[in-house]
Design a binder for this molecule. Structure first.
Ligand code: MG
Ligand code: MG
Length: 281
């Protein structure tokens, strides 16, 4: 789940984690990662968002986790299921997926008092090449951001890396209103992690900061609007939007990625209804 951008964020909730806490956050993220893989294994045209949400909730509870999104500010489901022009925070519905849909599945889990958060945008078999390119670029942008999540750098270095990479590829719209965030003892902590910004600005990162990095990138304009349901975020021009997310611990020299898409990518290989997506080279 993404954070809502707030210009008044005061940085009071920046908690640095101990090595022991980071291992607990990794364990929560392992359930997140395996839940996303379970979703990857059952995705097919005709299945509904509600069906994958139910399967995910069962999977999370079977692994002794708690679905962190369910009840968060009143959110009604365990997953955010955001297809096509929905950027993020889609409420799982009874709409059946089609073979040319893309769908961002965002999952959060609490385990032993610590939170994990990750997302993956899936592509069904008949998604067009320009939209596949949007997915590859957004996915690569996630790793451009992660490369900057090292001690001594600032949040703006992550933000700039994501924005600069995307905008050098294509005239995509980088969403402003929703941001990555600190994560660990709560689902959303400070600092905010925008997907656009200036190098050398923002919170100075030290080892032990854990953040969710989550580029949200639109094929068309950057502007979005919220549905009357109070959650669902759509692109203003109704063109598709992509979203990839990892929870990451800031370390000296190299970030430690606490969630993994490894299981998701393995399941996609075994599911002919879903196209492989890898970060653009
Ligand atoms: Mg998320
Ligand atoms: Mg998030």
């Amino acid at each position: 789940m993404a954070g809502l951008f707030s210009s008044s964020s005061d940085g009071k909730k920046v908690f640095y984690k101990t090595d022991e806490e980071i291992e607990l956050i990794r364990e929560a993220n392992l359930i997140v990662s395996k839940t996303l893989a379970h979703v990857a294994s059952i995705l097919k045209p005709g299945i509904t968002g509600q069906a994958i949400d139910k399967a995910a909730e069962e999977f999370i509870r079977d692994h002794k986790g708690r679905p962190a999104f369910k009840g968060y500010n009143g959110f009604p489901a365990s997953l955010c299921v955001s297809y096509n022009d929905i950027v993020v925070h889609g409420i799982p519905s009874t709409r059946e997926f089609k073979d040319d849909d893309i769908v961002s599945v965002d999952c959060g889990v609490e385990l032993n008092g610590y939170f994990g958060d990750a997302a993956f945008t899936f592509a069904f078999a008949n998604v067009s090449e320009p939209v596949m390119e949007l997915l590859r670029v957004t996915y690569a942008a996630l790793y451009k951001g992660i490369e900057q999540a090292i001690a001594g750098k600032r949040i703006g270095d992550i933000s700039f890396a994501i924005q600069n990479y995307c905008e050098r590829q294509h005239p995509y719209g980088i969403v402003r209103e929703l941001v990555g965030h600190g994560v660990g003892r709560a689902l959303h902590e400070d600092p905010e992690v925008p997907n656009y910004g200036r190098r050398g600005k923002g919170h100075l990162m030290q080892s032990g900061l854990v953040i969710a990095i989550e580029p949200m990138v639109n094929l068309g304009v950057k502007e979005v609007y919220q549905d009357t349901d109070g959650w669902t975020i759509h692109t203003r021009d109704r063109k598709p939007s992509a979203h990839y997310e990892h929870s990451v611990a800031v370390r000296k020299g190299k970030a430690d990625v606490l969630s993994t898409h490894q299981y998701v990518l393995e399941e996609i290989k075994n599911n002919p209804a879903v196209q492989e997506v890898s970060p653009k080279n």
